[in-house]
Ligand binder design. Structure first.
Ligand code: WQD
Length: 335
């Protein structure tokens, strides 16, 4: 009786694998390794002392996906697999629609065929577009301004329609805010290939000397110090929210959407200053133009997840910086 983790070699997926195994679940991991390394799977096995099946499969290969369900006793799916770079999605929209949407449709088709109807889906706060106010609650209007965000929105709508057509599905849609940090061991972490799009891995690469300076995208937002404010959440808190959502599905029918954030916003310079305190490293930066598509302030209303899932993020921004730094120091070139 296993949980299938799609994208299980990735940043969030590998941390989910560790926590699921720690909680006594059996898992099966699937990943096409297009944006991740098999080493992360090896490290999960090392950290947990547990063997589990790994399949180097693309969700676009529906025949191979079918064979996994035929071979393994899958009872639920945590679906992380997907491309997630906003800028890249603008340049390569068809790649994103095919990979993220068609891949998910294949997954749902095979799940339906094998009567596996418990699904935890990795969505993103990006579906809120540029909200008029904060904190952001699940009932806020949805919009997406880039193909990546549109794929998340489309998949959410597909899942809603799927449930209307067949209410035996049990679905949790989890909207992530900004996942950062790493497992406390420093053995698994965020391993962006090429130049990091996201703030935390860019900071850690500056701190370790792999990058000259951080570019701060704008300092004239309507925030305390003018730099962008986001709801950074430790990846271990995030995956614990997934396990709570999985348990929720076991007890509750229906489809529900939850914000997974801390409910607190921090600016770019807050993150830089906390990181400097933790790493004792200088983080040279230069303020440059705003990044197209960026919003000023984004942080979560976390009440629904607290009430229905009994989940709340616990780790502080300092712990997020400590764990990100430990991962980077112990893995200067990533996996
Ligand atoms: C955070 C803040 C930037 C880099 C994106 C996706 C979202 C999710 C998380 C997948 C912003 C500023 C950043 C840099 C900077 N991805 N920044 N210099 O844009 O909030 O969210 O990643 O699910 O869907 O949209 O995260 O880390 O890129 O930016 O100043 O080199 O840091 O302007 O204010 P973002 P981010």
């Amino acid at each position: 009786m296993s949980i299938l983790i799609t994208g299980g070699a990735g940043f969030i997926g590998s941390h989910a694998a560790v926590e699921l195994l720690k909680d006594g679940y059996e898992i099966v991991v699937l990943d096409n390794l297009s944006n991740s390394k098999i080493e992360s799977v090896n490290r999960v096995k090392e950290l947990t002392g547990t063997e589990f099946p790994f399949f180097d499969i693309d969700l676009l290969d529906i025949q191979s996906l079918d064979e996994i369900f035929l071979k393994e006793k899958i009872t639920a799916v945590m679906h992380f697999a997907g491309l997630k770079a906003v800028g890249e999605s603008v340049e390569l929209p068809l790649l994103y629609y095919n990979n993220n949407v068609t891949g998910t449709l294949n997954l749902i088709e095979v799940m339906k065929k094998y009567d596996v109807k418990n699904l935890v889906f990795s969505s993103s706060a990006t579906v809120y577009g540029n909200p008029n106010q904060v904190p952001i609650s699940e009932s806020f209007p949805l919009s997406a301004t880039n193909p990546y965000g549109k794929t998340k929105l489309m998949i959410e709508e597909i899942l809603q329609d799927l449930y209307v057509s067949d209410d035996s599905w049990r679905i949790s849609i989890l909207r992530y805010f900004n996942p950062v940090g790493a497992h406390e061991s420093g053995r698994i972490g965020e391993n962006p290939l090429g130049t990091p799009n996201n703030l935390m891995p860019y900071i850690t690469q500056v701190a370790i000397g792999n990058r000259e300076e951080l570019q701060v995208f704008g300092d004239d937002y309507n925030t305390e110090d003018g730099t962008g404010v986001r709801d950074y959440i430790h990846v271990v808190d995030l995956v614990k929210g997934h396990i709570k959502a999985l348990s929720y599905l076991e007890e509750n029918e229906g489809i529900e959407t939850f914000n997974l954030g801390t409910g607190t916003g921090y600016s770019v310079l807050d993150l830089v200053n906390n990181f400097k305190e933790v790493s004792k490293k200088d983080i040279p930066y230069k303020v440059v133009d705003k990044r197209p598509g960026d919003i000023g302030i984004c942080y979560a209303d976390t009440e629904k997840a607290e009430k229905l899932l009994g989940w709340q993020a616990e780790k502080t921004l300092l712990q997020m910086c400590q764990d990100s730094w430990k991962w980077q120091v112990e893995n200067p070139e990533g996996y």
